[in-house]
Design a protein around this ligand. Structure first.
Ligand SMILES: [Zn+2]
Length: 430
């Protein structure tokens, strides 16, 4: 099976490429990249006016399997990814049961390989049941293909447990992904503590709850030499702590979520549960600091933290709503609209943050279109104008803070292992 992608603007930071090229894909792999390829192919995709990039990777999603299929499952979640132009997702372990044994890791990988529309990486839990008390068998899970380890949704409160976890995974060269918010300082709050929370009379969560947790884990990364990746960095203090640690050569990396890069706590003024998320949406000074961090390389990757909930779970009062919302079908578009078109990031930077770096961070065989690599490809239409309408989403979690947003830019097609799984927003059978 040969597919020839003609005339696209190929943007691939792994090869320092940004030029109009043809890409020939054969039997699931990138075969040739050249100015003009005239070889006969089974399918010719005209990418004139479009951008061809290595498949986008989202290292922070919640696919909700096993056990929480009313919110999402591997089929609906990976369809949403394909629709959004994401070729690979990593799923967090806060499921029911928690992904804390090698059997569950294997089970998800098997089901994802059979039923999923995109590639799925599995993140195992650091502690049993994500309870923060007892380490899981991370070595066994790593042998079964776990990408990394995280108690996402919870801060590993006990520093001794965290230190032992870092020493344990350092021995087999895996990373810990940390949801860093001091729980004692945040459990009574519902939004970012600041001018807006004071005005609304809603108990706030101080941003230092994040800074303190990140500082501790930067110290543990430095002491152990283990790669620690900070999930969804949202505070300016955390950005600065990570920047300074990186300067000292500490093996620390981090990601920022699309909503933290584009929205502020003013959204909570509507009491919409679509603004409830952890860490909370913060004030504009934090958003600006995150953007600076993206530009100077402090922040390595952009993620969604796609966290769908069943509609009735979000259809409650602000205080009682669970944290999180869906993101896979809006991330590319919102990044293009708010960061690329508004000159915060260049296009190669967008591809780097959403494909090249995420692959490098976790040693994934992805994030590049070098000949011989797997043909996972995201094709972008930078100028496509459209309005977010969650009724058209593939995800089960329809709540999004971007509902009704007018976007410029969208994924035009998604290819997995040489086969298109989405064209023009419509997910096709694999
Ligand atoms: Zn989290």
């Amino acid at each position: 099976m040969k597919t020839l992608i003609k005339n696209g603007r190929l943007v691939d930071p792994s090869q320092h490429l940004d030029a109009i090229k043809d890409v020939l894909v054969e039997d699931g792999f990138v075969k040739t990249i050249a100015d003009h390829i005239d070889e006969p192919a089974d399918e010719v995709y005209d990418a004139t006016g479009l951008v061809v990039a290595p498949g986008f990777i989202d290292v922070h999603t919640h696919m909700r399997e096993p056990g929480l299929e009313a919110k999402e499952d591997l089929v609906s979640g990976t369809m949403a990814a394909a629709a959004g132009g994401i070729t690979r997702v990593a799923c967090m372990p806060n499921t029911k049961p928690v992904i804390d044994t090698s059997i569950v890791v294997s089970g998800i990988r098997k089901r994802a390989a059979e039923e999923g529309y995109v590639h799925v990486e599995v993140i195992g839990a650091i502690t049993k049941g994500e309870k923060g008390k007892e380490l899981t068998e991370m070595g066994d899970m790593a042998m079964r293909g776990a990408m990394a380890f995280s108690d996402d949704g919870h801060y590993v409160e006990d520093p001794q447990i965290m230190l032992r976890a870092a020493r344990y995974v350092g021995a087999f060269d895996k990373a810990l992904i940390c949801h860093d918010i001091e729980e004692g300082m945040s459990h009574a709050g519902y939004m970012h503590e600041g001018v807006v929370s004071a005005r609304l009379g809603i108990p706030g969560i101080p941003s230092i709850a994040e800074d303190m947790a990140v500082a501790r884990d930067a110290i543990i990364a430095e002491y152990t030499g283990t790669h620690i990746h900070i999930a969804h960095v949202a505070s300016k203090g955390a950005v600065e702590i990570i920047r300074q640690a990186k300067k000292r050569g500490v093996p620390i990396t981090c990601e920022a979520a699309v909503h933290h890069l584009t929205l502020t706590d003013e959204m909570c003024a509507s009491y919409s549960t679509a603004s409830r998320v952890s860490p909370p949406l913060r004030s504009w000074d934090h958003v600006e600091a995150l953007r600076e961090g993206l530009k100077d390389g402090t922040i390595d990757a952009i993620v969604t933290d796609h966290a769908p909930h069943a509609p009735e779970e979000k259809d409650v009062e602000f205080r009682y709503a669970p944290n999180g919302f869906c993101g896979l079908e809006t991330s590319v578009a919102v990044v293009l609209t708010e960061l690329y078109h508004k000159n915060v990031l260049t296009l190669p930077q967008v591809v780097e943050k959403m494909s090249t770096r995420p692959a490098e961070l976790f040693g994934l065989a992805a994030g590049t279109l070098k000949p011989g690599s797997h043909a996972d490809i995201t094709i972008l239409d930078l100028d496509k104008e459209w309005t977010v309408d969650s009724r058209k989403f593939y995800t089960r979690g329809k709540v999004t803070p971007f509902e009704g947003k007018h976007c410029k830019g969208k994924a035009a097609a998604t290819m997995i292992d040489g086969q298109f799984v989405m064209k023009d927003g419509v997910v096709c059978k694999k």
